[in-house]
Design a protein around this ligand. Sequence first.
Ligand code: F6P
Ligand code: MG
Length: 435
Amino acid sequence: ANPPRPALRAADKETFAHFTARHRWRDIIKKAIDNICDLLNSSEIDKNEEGKKIMASMEELINQIQRNDQLIQIEDDGRSDIVIWTNVLNTYFKDENWFTATWLFAESYLYRRIISIITNTKHWKNYDPYFRQKEEAFKFSFTEIFEFSKRIDELISSSSKIKIDDNIIFYELAQISLWGNATDLSMLPNFGNDGNIETKRFEESKKNILVNDLEKAWKWLSKFSNARVDFVLDNAGFELYSDLIFSDWLIQSGYVSEVYLHVKSFPWFVSDTTLDDFDWLLKTLKSNDFFSSASEIEKSSLKKLVDRWESYITNSKWIITSDFFWTSPYSFWHLEEKAPELYIDLCKSHLVIFKGDLNYRKLVYDCKWETTTPFKEAIGPLANSKNALPLLSLRTGKSDLFVGLDEGVEERLGPDKSWMYSGKYAVIQFSEGNK
Ligand code: F6P
Ligand code: MG
C-alpha cells in the first residue's frame, strides 16, 4: 500500500527539507571531513592516504549535492543491503536528483553513500565519522545525567520514602524519554533538591506536547505483567540514556520483563545509536575521568546504575538487537512486507516504542499530510492491517510534518511553519494495533 498523498521533497522551496538539502547536509559532511582530518597522523602513511581519499570522496559528495546531480549507484561495499538500495534506486529514483527524489529517500541514501565510502577502506572500515559530535554532546549533559540517575534510584529503591503511583511515574519517565529526543535540553523536566519534579518547568514543557496519548498507552500496558516492550531507538548519548532510565523502571515495576532495544547497524543520521554507541555509553558512565566535575558520590551513583543495567543485559532482560530494515530506504508502511521476520518478532511485543523524528517520518511515510489527519490513518497498515502492532511514538518535531492535531492547533501556532521543526513541540501518539 502507498499513501494517498505526495511525499515531502527538498524541491519544495519553503520547507525544512529544502533547507536541509541546501545547507545542513553540506555542514554535516564537512564536520565528518574535519573529524577525519584531525585524526591524520604522519606516522601512519597508509592510513593517512586512505583518510585523504575518504575526505576527497566526501568533498565530491558535497559537490554532487550542490550541483543537484542525478542520484548515482552506491558503490558496492560488501554490505548485504546494497542489493536493496540498488533495486530501490533503479526502480523508483533512476532519473531523480537530490531535490526531486523524495526527501526520505534522498536523505537516507546520503547516509548510505557516506558509509559506503568508509566501508570501502582498509584502515577506516569501522570508523564512525560522527563519533566526536556524539561524544562532545554527551559531555555537556552531565547535570541532567546525574539528576536522572538519582531520580531513578529514588523511584525504584524499596527504602524510598517517595510513594508515587505507577501511572504518574510512567508519565514522568516517558516524558523524559520524549524530551531526550529534543535538540534542546532545556525542555527536560527538572527535579528540585527534594527529588520532586519542579512542576513549573514540567508544566511548561507539557504544554508543548501537542498530542498526548500517554494515558491511553498506560491503560494498555498496565494490563500486563511480564510484558515485552520494544524501543526502536533513535539518538545515542543523552537520548539513549533517557530511554534506558525509562527501560530500567519498566523492568523494576514488574509490568515488563523484557525490553528489546533496536540499534542501527551502522552510523546513521549523524547521531543514531549503534551497538558501539551503546557499549560506549555504559563504559563512559562508569569511567572515572569522562565527567571531570563529577564528585565521588556522583561517580558511585552512576556506577551502581550501570552495574544494574549490565545485569539486565546478562540476564536477558534487556536485549540489544539490530536489523538491516532500520537503515533501509523503506517507510515503515512496508515493514511487514520487506522485513517479515523482524515483523513476526515485533508481533510478540506488547508495545513498540518508536523514538524520534526520523522514525516518525517513516511511520507516516514522510508525506504532506494535513495536520488534522488522524494518526491511525497516517500510519496506514501499521494501524489497520490484520497484524497491526501496538505502538507508541515519542517524537519532538524536527521536520515539516505533524499529524493527529486537533482542529485549530496549526492555526494557533501561526503561519510561520518553523514550529514544526524547531524541536520545541512534540507528540506522543498511540495505536493499540490488532492484537
Ligand atoms: O534532516 C533533519 C533530520 O535529519 C530529519 O531528517 C530527521 O528526521 C531528524 O533530523 C533527525 O532527528 P531524529 O534524531 O529525532 O530522528
Ligand atoms: Mg536520530
